[in-house]
Design a protein around this ligand. Structure first.
Ligand code: SAM
Length: 274
């Protein structure tokens, strides 16, 4: 029997077979892949993933859903359910036999913190397939010049390849969410291509300053961080606006700022990524 979805856990259960099949096909689970599902709910994605991979670890916060889910998995494969808030789970410790393939129709109320928690464990992750609000996926994937290109786009694109895969209408869920959804694939870049932690902090500071005043020129928005001359020295026009600078441009600006002793920015709240 189906449970009554709980709003405070962000529960919107997928029921449309076609959508479920397309998500599973996009993930293309292989036998023995180390699949970790965040928020399995009643198992709409869990069971087909388990059938293909043979084993799966799911992390679910709602205790009431766990026993019914275990019961549904009997005879299908080896399902391990961790009863926890995923934000408290050390994902790296789960990568004992190969890199993780994360999947989940994420609870939207906490999707940004979950995203950044996963990125903090990027070294242990092969790829991630997440259902999110479409508006968030649009911001994640936006290119320079797009009106939704912003901090989330820059910070994420410097850490991962971002591929929007499919749009999902509210009617595919029970109950339907108020917004459109989309599935995105995130593939962490090789370590050598990702900024080291000190540079990442400098990038964070520069990006925050630039997009904090996105209508101003960079020279104005970065006042106190980098002067016009220093901006020009990176090959970027100081009259440009934040939304026209590519992610790698922010790396160059941050390297420059780092070199002149920019103070690292205070740690950001996850939901601060606009
Ligand atoms: N995967 C199911 C589906 O597609 O039908 C359920 C998706 S529902 C949008 C989100 C799921 O995440 C729910 O099962 C909810 O209980 C669970 N959840 C909410 N917050 C969580 C957290 N912090 N950690 C782990 N699971 C969480």
């Amino acid at each position: 029997m189906s449970a009554r979805p709980k709003k405070h856990f962000g529960q919107h259960f997928l029921h449309e077979r076609g959508v479920i099949d397309r998500i599973v096909a996009a993930i293309a689970p292989g036998v023995d892949d180390r699949i970790i599902e965040i928020g399995p709910g009643e198992g709409a994605l869990t069971l087909p993933l388990l059938r293909a991979a043979g084993r799966l670890t799911a992390i679910e916060l709602d205790r009431e859903l766990i026993e019914p889910l275990r019961a549904r998995a009997i005879g299908i494969g080896e399902l391990d359910v961790i009863h926890a808030d995923v934000l408290e789970v050390d994902l790296t410790a789960l990568a004992d036999r190969g890199k993780l393939r994360l999947a989940g129709n994420l609870p939207y109320y906490v999707s940004s913190p979950i995203l950044f928690h996963c990125l903090a464990h990027a070294g242990a992750i092969a790829d991630m397939h997440f259902m999110l609000q479409k508006e968030v996926v649009d911001r994640m994937a936006a290119a320079p010049g797009n009106k939704v290109y912003g901090r989330l786009s820059v910070m994420l694109q410097l850490a991962c390849r971002v591929e929007p895969l499919l749009r999902v209408a509210p009617g595919a869920f029970r109950p339907p969410p108020k917004v459109e959804s989309a599935v995105v694939r995130l593939t962490p870049l090789p370590l050598a291509q990702r900024p080291d932690p000190a540079l990442a902090r400098a990038i964070d500071a520069v990006v925050r300053a630039a997009f904090g005043q996105r209508r101003k020129t960079l020279a104005n928005a970065l006042r106190g961080v980098l002067d016009a001359e220093a901006i020009r020295a990176t090959g970027i026009d100081p009259r440009a606006r934040a939304e026209n600078v590519a992610p790698q441009g922010y790396v160059a600006l941050a390297q420059r700022a780092h070199a002149v002793g920019l103070q690292p920015a205070p740690k950001l709240a996850h939901n601060d990524y606009q």
